[in-house]
Design a protein around this ligand. Structure first.
Ligand code: NAD
Length: 470
């Protein structure tokens, strides 16, 4: 990467007060660029700029902000090739998937532009009129993960801007450059201070959660970090949207058409090398079809081409970082040590990249770490069950509740079973599909609040009731 990307505070490109930190290419495990390192004083400047910009931006009309979002979508489209290249370099995913991520970012931006913010009339009688308005909250802080960095940045930023808030963004230090470039593009169309971005490895995230000038945090990441943020947010009662970890279970009902569902199961479990919050992470299969489905999934895994995301025909890139690579390898080793069978025959490229072949674990049981923990990587444990109620109980035994799925030909039965799962979205004959018009979020330890659709948009607003005595 030859271009240098800067942070942005109050419309100006700035370097990090604390110098810089290296960013690793996961396909080579070597640093490929330096990223600016912000100080907490720079966070204060960014929050002050966003607060100042909020004074006027909150009063812009819905039509103006709709138009701004469409201009941003145009900019993303015009720079799609560059954004996709940055994503492959720093995140590792194969180019077609990175292009899909950029396409998704455009689609989400345009959809969010067109959403309406309603004014509800609660009473309109002879003596009284009560209206409920939705006002922007103020300065929104966005803290991002490394798995779908551009898409999730768009999920956080666009509804915030659409509703008239101003924003301070902090990408993951592991995947910062796509967000720096995105914010640069956004800044070409919005007034100074409306969007600001800071990059840092340690201090800025916690300082954002505690910052008295930030009124809402939207966070996507792990459950422990979400808990930290929630504790710090108490100081000024920040509004929170927390999209946290998941350990989604899927149940294949007896008599399912395995030829029809095997590919879908594989793709939704291994989407983005399994580094997807709502990927299928534990598969419960009735004992009558266990061997047959396992064989099909093992065969699909064997056909995958693992390599650099820039190489032609590659369907599996590296894991994004060393910590995740070590975790997934240790979960696979632990499963083998505990009597499960590990199937992973796709060839790995030479070199130091964080590559793991797509892995199916048969003979997996509840209680094994590979089943009970969120792997967030290219491994799918398959657990045999004899009774559907037992499978439902096993899926619900997780402390997480992001997504779940039921696979089968009897759709009514599948829906009945699915609605017993404790999760924010249940898919029937699918998994991991998120859409701009369908609210998405978790329950239990997977967080609270939703993104997308009208419900997601309104999370960036606060209610004001106007009670008029005539
Ligand atoms: P993470 O929690 O380690 O980091 C996320 C972000 O939080 C990073 O920007 C990090 O710098 C920042 N951060 C770290 N400590 C902080 C603190 N104390 N205060 C404030 N900010 C802090 O998560 P990750 O490893 O980047 O992402 C993987 C996790 O995210 C997985 O658990 C996955 O399931 C989850 N995830 C959830 C969703 C969802 O929509 N529910 C989507 C994607 C990822």
């Amino acid at each position: 990467m030859t271009k240098h990307y800067s942070m942005l505070i109050n419309g100006s490109a700035v370097a990090g007060d604390e110098g810089s930190f290296p960013v690793i290419d996961p396909a080579t495990a070597a640093a490929f660029a330096e990223c600016p390192k912000a100080s907490v004083a720079q966070l204060d400047q960014a929050v002050a700029a966003a607060a100042e910009a909020f004074k006027s931006f909150q009063h812009t009309s819905h039509d103006e902000r709709k138009a701004l979002l469409h201009q941003i979508a145009d900019k993303i489209e015009q720079n799609a090739a560059e954004l996709a290249e940055i994503i492959v370099r720093e995140q590792g995913k194969p180019m077609p998937l990175a292009q899909m991520e950029v396409g998704g970012a455009v689609a989400w931006t345009r959809y969010t532009a067109e959403l309406e913010v309603p004014v509800e009339v609660i009473e309109d009688s002879e003596n009284k009129r009560i209206e409920m308005h939705r006002k922007p909250i103020g300065v929104v802080g966005s803290i991002l993960p490394w798995n779908w960095p551009l898409m999730i940045a768009v999920w956080h930023i666009m509804p915030a801007l659409r509703t008239g808030n101003t924003v301070v963004v902090k990408p993951s230090p592991l995947t910062p450059f796509n967000t720096l470039r995105l914010v640069e593009l956004i800044s070409e169309v919005v007034p100074a201070g409306v969007i600001n971005v800071l990059t840092d490895e340690e201090k800025v995230g916690p300082a954002m959660s505690a910052h008295p000038g930030i009124s809402k945090i939207v966070f996507t990441g792990s459950t422990p970090t979400g808990q930290h943020i929630m504790r710090s947010a108490a100081a000024n009662l920040k509004r929170l949207t927390l999209e946290l970890g998941g350990n989604d279970g899927g149940i294949v009902l007896p008599g399912a058409d395995l030829d029809a569902i095997a590919e879908g199961i594989f793709q939704t479990a291994f989407l983005n090398m399994g580094q997807t919050c709502a990927a299928l992470k534990r598969l419960y299969v009735h004992e009558s079809q266990y061997d047959e489905l396992a064989e099909k999934l093992i065969a699909i895994a064997a056909q995958q081409k693992v390599g650099s995301g820039f190489d032609e025909g590659v369907s599996f890139g590296p894991l994004q970082n060393k910590m995740q690579y070590d975790l997934v390898n240790s979960l696979i080793a632990d499963a083998a040590d505990n009597g499960a069978q590990v199937h992973a025959s796709a060839a790995l490229p030479a070199g130091n990249g964080y590559f793991i072949a797509p892995t199916i674990v048969t003979g997996a049981k509840d209680g094994m770490a590979v089943v009970d923990k969120e792997q967030f990587g290219p491994v799918l444990p398959i657990i045999a069950y004899s009774d559907v109620d037992q499978a439902v109980a096993a899926v619900n035994a997780s402390e997480n509740g992001l997504g779940g799925s039921v696979w089968g030909s009897d759709l009514e039965l599948a829906q009945r079973v699915g609605m017993q799962l404790e999760c924010g979205t249940v898919w029937i004959n699918g998994h991991a599909e998120v859409l701009p018009h369908a609210p998405f979020g978790g329950c239990k330890m997977s967080g609270f609040g939703v993104e997308f659709g009208q419900e997601g948009l309104l999370e960036y607003t606060t209610i004001q009731v106007v009670n008029i005595n005539r």
